[in-house]
Design a protein around this ligand. Sequence first.
Ligand code: SF4
Length: 307
Amino acid sequence: MSSRINAFGPYLKKIFSAAVYKVNVDAGFTCPNRDGTVGTTGCIYCNNDSFRPSQCRPEASLKDQIRQGISYLSMRYKVGKFLVYFQPFTNTYAPVAELERLYREALAEPSVVGLAIGTRPDCIDREKIALLEALAKDHFILVEYGLQSIYDKSLDYILRGHDYRTFLDALKLTAGRGIHIGAHIIVGIPTETREEMLAMADEISTLPIEFLKIHQLQVIKDTVLAERYADQTFHTFEYEEYLDFLVDFIERLSPNIVLQRLFATAPDEILIAPQWGRTRHQIIRDIEARFEKRNAVQGSKCVCKAE
Ligand code: SF4
């Protein structure tokens, strides 16, 4: 991605003086919004097959997944530094001793420079933060909290099982301890107006968030959202509309926030809407072109001062 945005790849390259790739692993976690602790249906859009890369095989041991991932990426991209990405489900949802075993096992691989840990803001506590803080003394530790929306009406609609306050509490617990903080949001939830979605950029820019993933809402087969969509179709982002939305959003976002992802790409076999018919590469190229055409730069319309 061009220098018009603050992108993750160049950020990592700068701090590690080399390209760093993520190795995705499935450590066998579940999720409190599925196992009955918070809910049983899961978030209405959730189908873990849509965001689990094919190399993630929970039946393989963690060590095997990491070594296979490293071997593949080293051969394909000639790179030698890796972040292990604990991705599917809720990767802090286990007793702290179990988390420590898994995280340390990942960090023991010589070419692994750190971890990215995807989780829910209601699955963190002081003990887990203390573990991450200890690991962060010697490694790059990034916790990615699923926020999805700053609006409780939207969190209710997607059956998220936590509110915005819970996310703010998790941030408070995590910030200032050497742990990198990321957030994940979904835009296009039908409870929100375009302006409300854009206002999320203003709000997020005031928070101690260093990294952000932005996804358009996707309707995926075998989800509650797919049932709702079949009952009553609602608007999902059209392609050109999304390109312009993204530029507007990023212009309002703090230039200090590193962008990790700008859109979602579910496999065609399970994607109901929106169907853009573009490859990942084409989408990236078109986003770049839209930034150029509009002479847009991240943060140029940011009204908030980052804390
Ligand atoms: S999206 Fe994440 S938090 Fe929601 S049900 Fe799926 S795994 Fe759980």
